[in-house]
Design a protein around this ligand. Structure first.
Ligand code: SF4
Ligand code: SF4
Ligand code: FES
Length: 262
């Protein structure tokens, strides 16, 4: 995938104001959105465009507003979305200063009546609200997120006790939205070498799986000053997770496993 980055010395400028309501508009009916816009192909600096959304004509979630804007005002506005149910992880972005999912964030939960929408922070931007996730996915692949075994494959299925299955709760639900990793200062500064909370939570998911037979190999792979140990327990990741998961706890468990085996 082509890597797009912001132009050198770029600064975000005030952009166009679209669809302002008339002066005698019904109070509270229109909600103002200020949305980051950037198209690397134009060579122009990023800008913030302002849109007013008719809340009587639009669903309650921030994603509804983005779709409304795209359909009714500005078809060039670009963002990712798929499930609209908080399960695919594709609509993650920074809304009102917080990394979250646009489809599960109610517009009324924004702390201000004006809602600012930016792409996930500290990622290269492909266009508008679409970050380039290439490195994030490569890091996920690097932990080999699949069952690895040496025993002969059973005829029916790999079995697991209820107790062992429960150990995966809080890990398997991750939707790889990257809200946590892009809220982590260590990942901002060392994202080329530090795996970040999302990928480490996934690593812990496979280390914890009683059916997996390569735990030692998985831990060896994480034994590195950057891949795991750049976590300084700042906990931004746990605060950011829109699924209520605790990546910082998963990282602490990985570190504990490293100590246990020495
Ligand atoms: S706890 Fe670790 S992974 Fe989470 S935000 Fe802090 S440094 Fe990043
Ligand atoms: S741990 Fe939470 S915030 Fe991080 S990628 Fe998974 S679902 Fe998203
Ligand atoms: S559209 Fe799938 S998580 Fe929001």
């Amino acid at each position: 995938m082509v890597q797009f980055t912001l132009p050198k010395n770029s600064k975000v400028t005030k952009g166009k104001a679209w669809n302002p309501p008339s002066k005698d508009a019904e109070a509270g009916r229109w909600r103002e959105y200020r949305i980051y816009r950037f198209d690397p192909e134009t060579g122009e600096n990023p800008r913030v465009d302002t849109y007013w959304v008719d809340m009587k004509d639009c669903g309650p979630m921030v994603l509804d507003a983005l779709i409304w804007i795209k359909n009714k005002i500005d078809p060039t506005l670009t963002f990712r979305r798929s499930c609209r149910e908080g399960v695919c992880g594709s609509c993650s972005m920074n809304i009102a200063g917080t990394n979250t999912l646009a489809c599960t964030m109610h517009a009324d939960d924004a702390p201000s009546s004006v809602i600012a929408v930016y792409p996930l922070p500290h990622m290269p931007v492909v266009k508008d609200l679409v970050p380039d996730m290439t490195r994030f996915y490569a890091q996920h692949r690097s932990i080999e997120p699949w069952l690895k075994t040496d025993s002969p494959t059973p005829q029916k299925e790999w079995r697991q006790s209820h107790e062992d299955r429960e150990k995966l709760d809080g890990l398997y639900e991750c939707i790889l939205c990257a809200c946590c990793s892009t809220a982590c200062p260590s990942y901002w500064w060392n994202g080329d070498r530090y795996l970040g909370p999302a990928v480490l939570l996934q690593a812990q998911r496979w280390v914890e799986d009683s059916r997996d037979e390569r735990t030692g190999e998985r831990l060896d792979d994480l034994e590195d000053p950057f891949r795991l140990y750049r976590c300084h327990t700042i906990l931004n990741c746990t605060k950011a997770c829109p699924k209520g998961l605790n990546p910082a706890k998963a990282i602490a468990s990985l570190k504990a496993k490293m100590v246990e085996r020495t």
